[in-house]
Design a protein around this ligand. Structure first.
Ligand code: SME
Length: 164
């Protein structure tokens, strides 16, 4: 397992995601524990981009339940279709929210969060979890973040299938 992440902070975001992805693969390679791997992915994303909050919610019956994360304490359960995370689950599509106050039903785990991206983790056409990333800045995310985080979610789906 790689113990450090290397990237050039002066590179643009798209390049940094491209630099990061193979390192994330290295980070999880050979580790059969799902929680351990998702915990390290959350930490790596926060460490690389300085996001306010990064974490996973997994589908358990009719709710999303908080999983590994980095950041302030957060809501533990989210109902189907509720908030940004529940919308990503119900619609099985990424949610890009430049201003959380403008998103009907946004769940404010922290009053400091201002913008948010949630990407579903899909296994066999089913949402098994969501990757949630929050910023304390308005409109902090770009197309490069959406695409980069979708690539990370794809890696999570591979991890999901290969771990318990
Ligand atoms: N804001 C999310 C809730 C989770 S926290 O941001 C960690 C939502 O509206 O679903």
């Amino acid at each position: 397992m790689a113990e450090t992440l290397t990237f050039n902070p002066s590179d643009d975001r798209r390049t940094r995601y491209a630099e990061l992805l193979p390192q994330l693969r290295g980070l999880v390679q050979g580790e059969p524990n799902r929680v351990a791997n998702l915990a390290n992915l959350a930490a790596a994303l926060r460490q690389s981009f300085g996001f306010f909050w990064v974490g996973f919610y997994s589908v358990q019956d009719d709710q999303l339940v908080l999983g590994p994360f980095q950041g302030d304490i957060a809501c533990t359960r989210i109902d189907y279709g509720q908030g940004v995370c529940g919308a990503a689950w119900a619609e099985a599509t990424s949610q890009w929210v430049p201003d959380v106050d403008a998103f009907p039903g946004h769940i404010a785990c922290s009053s400091l969060a201002r913008s948010e991206v949630v990407v579903p983790v899909m296994v066999d056409d089913e949402v098994v979890a969501v990757l949630d990333v929050d910023s304390d800045q308005l409109d902090a995310f770009t197309e490069a973040d959406i695409e980069g985080l979708q690539s990370v979610a794809q890696l999570c789906a591979e991890i999901w299938s290969a771990t318990t």
